[in-house]
Design a protein around this ligand. Structure first.
Ligand code: BGC
Length: 659
C-alpha cells in the first residue's frame, strides 16, 4: 500500500488537500499525509524560510532564463536546473515553481526575462531539458503559466483571445513538448483564455493538457488565480494555491447538492497524493554533489555562454588597451535579475567590473559612477578622451522589468541615452554594455558605439563573466532568442496591450521573427543573432532521407579565424506549397559546436514529423502536408547562406485532397 492513500481520508480531509496550507505548502489532512513544500523558481531558489516565512532564504542567483536560452546549450540548461535542485534539496523544498515557458509576444512584457523565447520550439526544448535536469535530482517542477499569459498588463482579468491554430502552434507548443519529460506539476495562469479563466478552463486543463498532451501530473493554480473553487474542480484543477478558505465552505456544499460528485473530489485529491508519493519516492535521487562555490562557478559559466556580442568593430577584446575608462554605477552594482517572484536573494558580493577589467588586462583603469551632474561632465569627458577604450554600462533593473506590470518603452532612459552620446563623442573607442532582461531599442545611440554587448540579467556571475569576455579570456558565443526590433512601433500593434477586457491575438501564428519575416521588416538584431571573436563560414548543405518524415540536414562550418570559438548554427524549414498560410520559415533544429581555428566541423541536425507539421484545426491535430519544403541553415534567422529542399511524400493514406 502506498504511504499516502485516499482510503485513509475522510471526504473533508480530501477536500482540504485541494488547497494549500498557507502560502507554500500542500495541506496535511489532519497529519495523515506528509506535506510538500513549493518554492519559486525559476532562476534560483527563492524559498521562504519555513520557520519564518517573511524571510527569503539566500541562494545562488543564476542568470535568468532569457540569458540561459541565449546559450542554446541543452547541457548547460540541464546543469542549471540541477544546480537549483541542489539548493532545493539542501533547504527542503520539494517542487520548484518553474520553468516559465510563455512566449515572448511583445518586448514590453514585464516577465520576458523569466521566459525562454519568442519561438515555441526553442522554449519547448529548453523547458523540457530544464524539467529533466531538475527532476533528475528528485525535485519536482511546475511548468508555468498555462497559458496565453504573454503580458503582465491586467494579467488577472484580461482574456487572451487566441485562435485555435495559434494557440496550439505558438502558445501551447512548449507545454506539449515538455510533456515528454513528465513534469510533476503544471501551473495555470491568472488570465482567462478565450473568455474562461485558465483555472476554470476545462477544455485547456482536461481536454488539451490531460487528454491531448497526456499529462498525468498535478495542475496547480497560480497564486490567487482561482475565482470559483467549484468551477476549478470541475475543470480538473487539482490544487488551489495559496490556501483558500472558500474550499472548505463551497466544495462540501457543492457535493451535498450534487453539483460535484465525490468521484470528482477523489480524482483531484488523488493527484495531490500522487505528488506526495513522488516526493517520497524521489528521496534516493536527492544527492548534493556541488558546493556553494561550485554553484557560483556554474552561474558564471552560464553567464559567459549567454551574453551576446551585438556589435564589434574590432575594439574587443580589450587586449591592447593600456588605459580603460569605465563609466556607470551599474559596473559596481550590476542588475542581475528582474523583479517579482523570479528574483533570487543572493549574498554574493560583486567585484566591480572595472576592478576585474584591470586585473584581467593589466591596463590602467579610471572609473566614474553615473551621478555626474554638470560640473563633473568635464572630468568624465577628459577621462574618456584620455583612455584608449571607454566602457559604458547602462540598463535597467527590477523597477523597470518586473512581474505584475509591463515596460512602457523599450528604450533606455533618456539620461542613459544622453550619457552614451555625450561620452562617446569624447572617447577614442566606445563599448556599451547593456544589462536588461528583454529587447532594447538602440537606434538613437548605436552608431556612436564601436561595440555593444548585451549582458542581460546574467545573475550573480555577471561581472566575472562579462570581464572575461571583454578581456578576451573567453569568447562570446551567445545568440539572441528574441528579435530586437528597430523600435517598438515596428512590433505588432506597437506592442499595444488589450483594452482590459481582451487582448486579441490577431497576429495569429506570426509572432516574433515570424511576424518580422511576414511584414518584410528590417530589425535591429534578428532572432538567432550573435557575434564571436572567431569567424565562421558555412558550406556544403546536404539532406539525407532517413524515414518517411525523418531527415538529416548536414552542413560544414569552418572557423576561418585564428581564434577558437563556438558557433550556434540554426536550421529553419519553409513549407513551399501549403494549403494553409504558413510562416516564411520556422526554427526546427540547431547545433552548438566548438570549432578550433581553421578547423571545419560537419554538423548534423535531425528533422522529423514536427519539423513539417502545422496544427490543422479541421483535423484537431498536427498534420504534415506532402510537397516541397525548403531547408535553410546559417548563423541567424537573417543570415542563412545555405539552402536545400526536400519533397515530402508520405503515405497517401495520411494525405487530404489537394487543390
Ligand atoms: C507568479 C508565479 C509564482 C507565484 C508564487 C505568482 O504571482 O505568477 O510565477 O510562482 O506567484 O510566487
Amino acid at each position: 500500500m502506498k504511504k499516502n492513500d485516499l482510503k485513509n481520508l475522510t471526504l473533508e480531509e480530501k477536500i482540504s488537500l485541494l488547497t494549500g496550507d498557507g502560502n507554500w505548502k500542500t495541506a496535511g489532512a489532519n497529519g495523515k499525509v506528509k506535506q510538500a513544500w513549493l518554492s519559486d523558481g525559476p532562476s534560483g531558489l527563492r524559498m521562504h524560510n519555513p520557520n519564518n516565512v517573511s524571510e527569503t532564504l539566500r541562494a545562488t542567483a543564476l542568470p535568468t532564463c532569457h540569458v540561459l536560452s541565449y546559450t542554446w546549450d541543452l547541457a548547460l540548461c540541464y546543469e542549471y536546473a540541477q544546480t537549483i535542485a541542489e539548493e532545493a534539496i539542501l533547504n527542503g523544498a520539494d517542487v520548484l515553481l518553474g520553468p516559465g515557458v510563455n512566449i515572448k509576444r511583445s518586448p514590453l512584457c514585464g516577465r520576458n526575462f523569466e521566459y525562454f523565447s519568442e519561438d515555441p520550439y526553442l522554449a519547448g526544448i529548453m523547458g523540457k531539458t530544464y524539467v529533466e535536469g531538475m527532476q533528475s535530482k528528485g525535485i519536482g517542477t511546475s511548468v508555468k503559466h498555462y497559458c496565453a499569459n504573454n503580458r503582465e498588463f491586467d494579467r488577472c482579468h484580461q482574456s487572451g483571445d487566441v485562435d485555435e491554430r495559434a494557440l496550439h502552434e505558438i502558445y501551447l507548443k512548449p507545454f506539449e513538448m515538455i510533456m515528454e519529460a513528465k513534469p510533476w506539476t503544471v501551473m495555470c495562469s491568472y488570465n482567462p483564455v478565450n473568455g474562461i479563466y485558465a483555472s476554470e478552463n476545462k477544455k485547456l486543463l482536461n481536454d488539451v493538457l490531460r487528454g491531448q498532451f497526456g499529462f498525468d501530473g498535478l495542475i496547480m493554480s497560480d497564486w490567487g488565480a482561482v475565482h470559483n473553487p467549484v468551477r476549478a474542480v470541475e475543470a480538473t484543477l487539482d490544487l488551489c494555491m495559496p490556501y483558500s478558505p472558500r474550499y472548505a465552505e463551497e466544495i462540501p456544499a457543492a457535493v451535498a447538492e450534487g453539483r460535484l460528485s465525490e468521484k470528482q473530489i477523489d480524482e483531484r485529491a488523488q493527484k495531490v497524493l500522487d505528488l506526495l508519493n513522488k516526493c517520497e519516492e524521489a528521496a534516493p535521487l536527492k544527492k548534493v554533489t556541488g558546493t556553494k562555490e561550485s554553484r557560483h562557478e556554474t552561474a558564471v559559466k552560464i553567464a559567459r555562454e549567454g551574453m551576446v556580442l551585438l556589435k564589434n568593430d574590432g575594439v574587443l577584446p580589450l587586449t591592447s588597451a593600456k588605459k580603460v575608462f569605465v563609466y556607470g554605477n551599474i559596473a559596481k552594482n550590476p542588475f542581475i535579475s528582474g523583479g517579482g517572484s523570479g528574483k533570487v536573494k543572493t549574498d554574493f558580493v560583486q567585484t566591480p567590473l572595472h576592478t576585474l577589467i584591470g586585473e584581467k588586462t593589466g591596463a590602467q583603469i579610471e572609473y566614474e559612477g553615473a551621478n555626474a551632474w554638470e560640473p563633473f561632465w568635464r572630468n568624465i569627458y577628459q577621462k574618456a578622451y584620455e583612455a584608449d577604450v571607454t566602457v559604458i554600462t547602462v540598463g535597467h533593473g527590477p523597477e523597470t522589468e518586473c512581474e505584475g506590470f509591463d515596460r512602457s518603452s523599450i528604450r533606455l532612459s533618456a539620461e542613459q541615452e544622453d550619457a552614451i552620446l555625450r561620452i562617446a563623442a569624447h572617447a577614442n573607442k566606445t563599448v556599451v554594455a547593456v544589462y536588461a532582461g528583454s529587447a532594447v531599442d538602440m537606434s538613437r545611440w548605436i552608431d556612436a558605439a564601436d561595440a555593444v554587448v548585451f549582458a542581460g540579467f546574467a545573475g550573480e556571475g555577471v561581472n566575472e563573466a562579462l570581464s572575461d569576455l571583454l578581456c578576451g579570456k573567453a569568447n562570446f558565443c551567445g545568440k539572441l532568442t528574441e528579435t530586437f526590433p528597430l523600435s517598438l512601433a515596428d512590433t505588432f500593434k506597437g506592442g499595444a496591450t488589450g483594452d482590459g477586457e481582451a487582448d486579441v491575438y490577431d497576429d495569429g501564428i506570426f509572432v516574433g521573427y515570424r511576424y518580422f519575416d511576414k511584414m518584410k521588416k528590417e530589425v535591429l538584431f534578428p532572432f538567432g543573432y550573435g557575434l564571436s571573436y572567431a569567424k565562421f563560414e558555412y558550406s556544403n548543405l546536404r539532406i539525407e532521407k532517413k524515414g518517411e518524415y525523418d531527415y538529416d540536414v548536414i552542413y560544414d562550418i569552418t572557423n576561418v579565424s585564428s581564434v577558437a570559438g563556438k558557433e550556434i548554427s540554426q536550421v529553419y524549414v519553409k513549407d513551399v506549397s501549403a494549403m494553409v498560410h504558413r510562416p516564411e520559415k520556422e526554427l526546427k533544429g540547431f547545433s552548438k559546436d566548438f570549432i578550433a581555428p581553421h578547423e571545419t566541423r560537419t554538423v548534423r541536425v535531425k528533422l522529423d514529423f514536427s519539423s513539417f507539421a502545422y496544427y490543422n484545426v479541421s483535423l484537431g491535430r498536427w498534420y504534415a502536408e506532402n510537397g516541397w519544403f525548403e531547408v535553410y541553415a546559417g548563423g541567424s534567422s537573417r543570415f542563412l547562406p545555405l539552402k536545400g529542399r526536400l519533397l515530402l511524400e508520405a503515405d497517401e493514406k495520411t494525405q487530404y485532397s489537394v487543390r
